[in-house]
Structure formats: C-alpha cells, structure tokens
Design a protein. Structure first.
Length: 67
C-alpha cells in the first residue's frame, strides 16, 4: 500500500492511500486525517475532507506562520 499524492489546484492536496477501498486503507486514511486535524491550529490547514481510502486537505498557501 503506497499513498499517491497529487495537487488539486493551488490550495488542495489529494492523497489516495490505496486504489482498493480496503479496511486497512480506510483506517490509515482516518488516522492521518485525525492527526492533521489535531495540528490544524497552526494555521496552514483550513479544511480536511476525508473519504474511504483517500483524503483531501485544503491549505492556505499565503500563510505567513513560518516567516
């Protein structure tokens, strides 16, 4: 199982955990989106859209948290 990442425009990253919608891929996707949600207070991530074996993260490319 290898996660494939692709850009969804200027503000989105799409991650496909596995092509098959297995139970293992679902729990891995759920674990990752929960971890990202816990760190969402840093200002980079504005929205998380989980799905069965994939997820999409919307972020703020203009965030100046690291400057």
């Amino acid at each position: 199982m290898q996660t494939r990442f692709s850009f969804g425009g200027d503000e989105h990253i799409f991650a496909e955990v596995d092509e098959s919608m297995s139970l293992e891929a679902f729990f891995k996707s759920l674990f990752i989106t929960n971890a990202v949600a816990r760190r969402q207070d840093q200002g980079y991530v504005t929205e998380i859209c989980p799905a069965n074996a994939s997820y999409q993260v919307k972020f703020d490319p203009d965030s100046d948290q690291d400057r």
